[in-house]
Write a protein that binds this ligand. Structure first.
Ligand code: AMP
Ligand code: FE
Ligand code: FE
Ligand code: ZN
Length: 275
């Protein structure tokens, strides 16, 4: 039995609806999935319903953007109470910042003589939690670039001219926000920019787990983070970070987390709810 605990839908920057995502999970014979859209839990109810029908275990989650010592860190929250008032209030603020940032990125592109229309990006994103991938897709759609990669490489990556940094919360605040919503806090894809030096601080802030298995982690990198998990007594998670179709096929199911890790995650969440 396997799980994929890092998945996106069109409630953030994924392209699948929750139902389409669950259909893909069923095709891949996954026993459990978690939805971890950026700064939103809106897709969780529909994904939960679709999972129930497909007899797949569902975990409500979200991926929050935070920072630690000036480094951007993504924190995954699992087993979140999706009705938690404080969580909903705070993510509404993150969404407002994301929406403003779309305007700023388009203004920068316009100043670079790329006449992308903000309405086109907003219409394409069609969600409360828009991000750079939506700007990239709108650039491709309007013919200003040939591919998503080109959009990021020329304009949207850090240090490129249309990059606008996101106002970020500290990782401590992110972890506390997840905890007060009965969730378990996990550091996402630590191997993406190899920022191991922040891990002790995250552990001090109450981090519960670390995403050892991820699409962009090689076997050696996964093993490295398994050792770190062991050292700091952290839960082990993993997922594909599927955003929909990628080079002809979706990533969902390509990272297979053994179900025993889901059991441990569930135990930790149950402990948290008792507190
Ligand atoms: P944002 O949250 O708006 O800063 O956008 C970050 C998201 O953009 C990530 O979650 C990825 O889905 C996507 N992304 C980041 N870098 C790239 C890249 N070089 N090519 C394609 N997608 C990317
Ligand atoms: Fe994303
Ligand atoms: Fe991420
Ligand atoms: Zn993600």
């Amino acid at each position: 039995m396997f799980a994929d605990l890092h998945l996106h839908t069109n409630f953030s920057d994924g392209t699948y609806t929750p139902e389409e995502l669950v259909a893909q999970a069923a095709r891949n014979h996954l026993a459990a999935i978690a939805l971890t859209d950026h700064d939103t839990v809106e897709g969780c109810e529909r994904a939960a319903n679709a999972c129930k029908a497909a007899e797949i275990e569902f975990i409500a989650g979200a991926e929050l953007t935070a920072e630690q010592n000036d480094t951007e860190i993504h924190i995954l929250g699992y087993f979140l109470d999706t009705q938690n008032k404080k969580l909903l209030e705070e993510i509404a603020k993150f969404q407002t910042v994301r929406q403003q940032r779309i305007h700023e990125m388009v203004a920068r592109l316009n100043a670079l003589n790329v006449p992308l229309k903000v309405e086109d990006v907003i219409a394409l994103a069609n969600c409360r939690s828009p991000g750079r991938p939506h700007v990239a897709r709108a650039l491709v759609k309007a013919g200003f670039v040939g591919s998503l990669d080109e959009a990021f490489e020329r304009f949207l990556k850090k240090h490129r001219p249309a990059f606008v940094p996101k106002a970020k919360i500290s990782s401590q605040v992110a972890i506390e926000l997840i905890h007060q919503a009965n969730g378990v806090a996990v550091m996402a894809h630590p191997g993406l920019n190899r920022t191991d030096e922040v891990i002790p601080d995250l552990v001090d802030a109450g981090l519960d787990g670390i995403e050892c298995f991820h699409t962009k982690h090689s076997t050696a990198v996964s093993e490295h983070y398994l050792e770190i998990a062991d050292k700091y007594n952290l839960l082990v998670t993993g997922g594909s970070d599927c955003h929909g179709m990628s080079k002809g096929k979706p990533l969902i199911g390509t990272v297979k987390l053994p179900y025993q890790h889901v059991e441990k995650l569930k135990e930790a969440a149950a402990q948290r709810t008792l507190k």
